[in-house]
Design a binder for this molecule. Structure first.
Ligand SMILES: [Zn+2]
Length: 343
């Protein structure tokens, strides 16, 4: 294949050109979270010719994802593939010239620096504030830009953050909103089109950054609503709180240095609880399958094991994490885990 043919429509565009395309080819990015936003981000960046794309996600593909998570299909649901791996397989068929790395891990304070320290830009495909504040800390710590994106219902917003140059997440939103006041895709649903719009803007910002077109980056906190069809670009270029921002002004890394990490997480839209451990484990899934053979229906592949009982479904990953389906009660999830898997 002739590489210049593959990218010809992109190099024709004056903002990129042959030189910009060459820079994209040596560019490296990490997509943190490969759900709805992450699918569009990874898809766009691999097709655009970004040389290295790391796709990090903790979850597996579920039927309710297919409405908006454009990289996945029914086969991935049947095969119980982790999203990161399903994305890698699909995209390596699209562009075999790109190095795509799938990482099936839950991003937290213990691993975030390792997952982003060798990239040029971090893309936010996450679905929760805790992770975004953690990424903001990692970005400031390592001096790597990141592109925030979020969508719920028909509404979304995005912002490009160049550490110590432009306002960081905490300059604009000093602390995460209280959970009871922030709608999630669990409570408000989400439309595919707003995901595509927000992630497309994020991906274009990454392309500008990697192609070296800093002057073309968005100076806005961009808000969009695809139902009302409203677009509000709020100019934040001068909103950097250098004197008062705890993160970029005072150098505090409150999220990176967090002593404790939440071990129980409610999964958006899933009637499920994730259980994770402070120390990573290496679970022998084959042995676990044998242990559970009499308990219920057990399915297993190279990445995970799933136990089905009449009322619940417990999925265990190799790193010891588990997702307990069929409940949104944290205590019930913990006891099911202890009962079937152990402590
Ligand atoms: Zn700041």
């Amino acid at each position: 294949m002739n590489p210049s043919e593959r990218y010809s429509r992109q190099t024709l565009f004056g903002g990129i050109g042959v030189e910009g395309q060459a820079r994209l080819g040596t560019g490296r990015c990490a997509v943190i979270g490969c759900g709805a936003l992450g699918s569009v981000l990874a898809n766009t960046l691999v097709r655009a010719g970004v040389g290295f794309v790391r796709i990090v996600d903790r979850d597996f593909v579920d039927l309710s994802n297919l409405q908006r998570q454009v990289l996945f299909n029914e086969r991935d649901v049947q095969d119980r593939l982790p999203k990161a791996e399903a994305a890698r397989r699909r995209l390596s068929e699209v562009n075999s010239e790109i190095e795509i790395e799938a990482v099936v891990e839950d991003v937290d304070a213990t691993n975030v620096l390792r997952l982003v320290d060798d990239v040029d830009v971090i893309l936010d495909g996450s679905d929760n504030f805790a992770l975004r504040y953690l990424v903001n800390d990692a970005s400031l710590e390592l001096g790597i830009p990141w592109i925030y994106g979020a969508a719920v219902g028909s509404y979304g917003l995005t912002m490009t953050i160049r550490p110590h140059e432009t306002p960081c997440l905490r300059c604009v939103f000093p602390s995460p909103p209280p959970a009871e006041h922030s709608p999630t895709c669990d409570t408000a649903g989400v439309l595919g089109p707003i995901i595509n719009m927000i992630a497309s803007v994020q991906a274009c910002e990454a392309i500008k950054l990697l192609a070296g077109k800093i002057e073309s980056l968005s100076p806005y906190l961009l808000q969009m609503d695809v139902w009302d069809l409203t677009f509000r670009p709020l100019k934040i270029a001068n909103a950097r709180q250098g004197d008062s921002c705890p993160a970029c002004g005072h150098g505090q890394r409150d999220y990176l240095r967090a002593e404790t990490r939440s071990t129980l997480t409610t999964l958006c839209g899933r009637n499920a609880i994730q259980i994770s451990h402070r120390e990573r484990r290496d679970v022998d899934l084959e042995a676990l399958a044998r242990k559970l053979a009499g308990v219920g229906e057990v399915e297993r592949n190279a990445y995970l094991l799933r136990l089905k009982t009449p009322d619940h479904e417990i999925t265990v990953f190799r790193d010891g994490r588990a997702i307990v389906g069929g409940t949104d009660d944290a205590a019930a999830a913990r006891s099911l885990y202890a009962r079937f898997i152990g402590d």
